[in-house]
Design a protein around this ligand. Structure first.
Ligand SMILES: C[S@@+](CC[C@H](N)C(=O)[O-])C[C@H]1O[C@@H](n2cnc3c(N)ncnc32)[C@H](O)[C@@H]1O
Length: 215
């Protein structure tokens, strides 16, 4: 992976050179349109990953174009839960997008890569992240009240349904639950879960956004 350019394709990606060029142009444009602290973090994380040859962290993280849609869906939510921390790129982006926002993130595993990227945050920003090593479907014994939830974990049908049911009661009225990788043939469990739950949200690209009634 060259250090002088954005290179975001997985080893099994079979897009043509033209499709890749278009995709990269979209990601570069989207990166420039992210809130400045988020764009700066994301670029530094990418550089660090490239320097360390950490392709896993690059592969699993939300891309800038997806991040734009996600951050827009989260709005000004002051307390956000993320299910599926991985290397923490999106955890950090969610926190940096809004001053003072508190982010709780769950993962079944404390992936060691995440420390490398959390170290890019200032101590004050790092203090706004709360990481938990526990399946998202179990959730905490007593879920903290939150204003938005981002589900990006196993993508399995049962787990996605369990995660929604765990977090919906902890969500403030008017809050959103966003499902990553909706309507993606690689992750049919997410789309099936949304259908089985009978949600009346909206698809924004591959993000499905459901809003809780504010009454
Ligand atoms: C696609 S990655 C998350 C990427 C991350 N949200 C980002 O954008 O950088 C999926 C993560 O979900 C975690 N995971 C898998 N099953 C889970 C579960 N049941 N509960 C919580 N996390 C889970 C995996 O360990 C992995 O780190």
């Amino acid at each position: 992976m060259g250090r002088g350019r954005l290179d975001l394709f997985r080893s099994d990606d079979d897009r043509s050179a033209l499709q890749r060029a278009r995709r990269l142009a979209l990601q570069a444009r989207s990166l420039a349109q992210l809130p400045r602290p988020v764009a700066r973090f994301w670029y530094r994380a990418l550089r660090r990953a490239q320097g360390e040859r950490d392709t896993w962290s690059i592969d699993v993280a939300c891309r800038p174009a997806e991040l734009r849609v996600l951050l827009d869906a989260l709005g000004d939510a002051p307390r956000v839960a993320e299910i599926g921390t991985a290397a923490g790129w999106t955890t950090c982006a969610i926190a940096l997008a809004r001053p003072g926002r508190e982010v709780h993130s769950w993962d079944v595993e404390a992936h060691p890569e995440r420390d490398r990227y959390l170290a890019l945050l200032s101590p004050a920003d790092r203090a706004r992240l709360h990481l938990h090593d526990r399946p998202g479907g179990l959730g905490p014994d007593d879920p903290p009240p939150v204003d938005a939830v981002f589900i990006d974990s196993s993508h399995e049908l049962d787990e996605t349904i369990a995660t929604f049911r765990t977090w919906e009661p902890a969500l403030a009225p008017g809050g959103v639950i966003a499902f990553h990788d909706y309507d993606d043939a690689a992750y049919p469990g997410v789309t099936e879960a949304v259908r089985e739950l009978g949600l009346d949200g909206e698809a924004r690209g591959h993000l499905y956004v459901w809003r809780k009634s504010d009454r």
